[in-house]
Design a protein around this ligand. Structure first.
Ligand SMILES: [Zn+2]
Length: 432
């Protein structure tokens, strides 16, 4: 098949995937895996389907390399988040093609990438893969909820199927500007989600006689004030300097951030997570009855820390800020928080493609504030894993559609993505 036909092939495959409702929970990703398996089989590929339970299959396919070059995995997830039909102007599971876009839940996150990677992989299978290392295609279940049905289960139970030296996944490819400089974001790492709770204690009692009790909720006043005033631990991250250099924003990162806040929200939103930990109180529980003074109150705080920082750093800083107060402290989670170096052949391969997206543009490494499946690959196999699928769509528009109503992807972006996945596969296949 000619490469100019790949555009329609990708749009068709994506529409088919969108029509399979893989809302997680419950997921039911097996039908999506079977749809992909049938598609790949047309190009002579025999994928393996593996799942903890029959209805939640993960798919892996492999083209064997001719030598012992590095392996590359094209990774994606087949589950999607809930779509509320009432908010949509089209049926969310229709895969409708209209105005040059494919519409439906998952078009951007991330069945579009899953389809583009599959089409690139199938194309290389039809051509006859002669890369030095293996090319692996992997479409996993359960990324959105992360209850252990998807990639973490595969890395534990089928490591030989999913081990890879290099990985391209979701989490990058957006266009970012600074004046007349243009760059495309490459997600090289993710912050660790380290939410914590601060609990205060008192003595419960009837609210009609407050003097007879000790209100735990009031003890939160200084806790909240001090957490609001504290400066979260920061790091001088070399990758932030690299990022700023690649968009021509040299100088003090905090000044660049402050200037960007009003003029360039995307740039600000990219810089801020890379400066250090973020700490944001988001919820509190105390008495469930209006006439009962709480003997216990709990503040929940969202906290994200940079790779290289530890929870001990955060706990130390919080305890210092709350010195002299009485409270209990505990972490509620520890998820993600890994990074791959930006100076690798995979980064170079991405960099080489960027001028094809837009002449004069560069590739800019970023640390994302949320995490993706990439961290399972980094943890299990020390893979170099990046998030990248080039898109020319306005990042503000894309951001407003992901996990929201009227999600859609330009077919031009699908076409661009297939060309990128072909480029990155061939380039890494040629690497010694
Ligand atoms: Zn996703």
């Amino acid at each position: 098949m000619l490469e100019h036909d790949l555009r329609a092939e990708t749009a068709r495959l994506l529409a088919g995937l969108i029509r399979i409702d893989t809302t997680n929970p419950p997921g039911n990703e097996t039908r999506a895996a079977e749809h992909l398996a049938a598609y790949l089989a047309e190009s002579g590929v025999e994928p393996a389907l593996r799942g903890r339970v029959p209805e939640r299959a993960n798919l892996v396919a492999r083209l064997r390399g001719t030598g012992d070059g590095p392996s590359l995995m094209l990774l994606g997830h087949t589950d999607v988040v809930l779509a509320d039909r009432a908010e949509w102007s089209v049926e969310p599971f229709s895969g409708l093609e209209r105005d040059g876009h494919v519409w439906g839940r998952g078009a951007l996150d991330m069945k579009g990438q899953v389809a583009a990677e599959a089409v690139a992989f199938a194309t290389l299978a039809r051509e006859g893969w002669n890369g030095a290392g293996d090319l692996i295609y992997c479409a996993v279940a359960d990324e959105e909820v992360g209850d252990g049905w998807g990639l973490p289960w595969m890395t534990e139970h089928h490591p030989d199927l999913v081990r890879a030296d290099y990985v391209v996944n979701e989490g990058g490819g957006e266009r970012i500007t600074n004046g007349d400089r243009v760059a495309y974001r490459v997600g090289i790492g993710e912050k660790q989600c380290s939410a914590f709770a601060v609990t205060t204690h008192g003595k419960s009692g009837h609210a009609s006689t407050p003097g007879a009790s000790d209100n735990a909720l009031l003890k939160m006043i200084p806790v909240l004030e001090r957490i609001d005033r504290m400066t979260p631990p920061s790091r001088d991250l070399p990758e932030l300097r690299t990022f700023l250099g690649s968009i021509g924003a040299d100088g003090d990162p905090r000044s660049v951030l402050n200037a960007a806040r009003t003029t360039n929200p995307l740039l600000a939103a990219t810089i801020e997570p890379m400066l250090g930990a973020t700490i944001a109180p988001t919820g509190m529980t105390a008495s469930s009855k209006i006439n009962v003074i709480p003997g216990r109150a709990q503040l929940r705080v969202d906290c994200r820390i940079l790779p290289g920082m530890t929870q001990a750093d955060i706990e130390g800083a919080v305890r210092e800020a709350l010195a002299g107060l009485e409270y209990d402290f505990e972490f509620l989670e520890r998820d993600g928080g890994t990074m791959s170096p930006p100076d690798t052949p995979l980064f170079t391969a991405i960099e080489e493609f960027v001028p094809e997206i837009e002449p004069g543009a560069t590739a800019a490494p970023v640390i994302c504030s949320g995490f993706t499946d990439s961290h399972w690959m980094r943890e299990a196999f020390s893979s170099v894993a990046y998030g990248f699928m080039p898109t020319r769509m306005d990042p503000a528009l894309a951001g407003s559609l992901i996990h929201s109503a009227d999600e859609r992807i330009p077919i031009d972006d699908l076409d661009l993505a297939v060309r990128f996945f072909l480029h990155v596969s061939r380039t890494m296949g040629a690497a010694a």
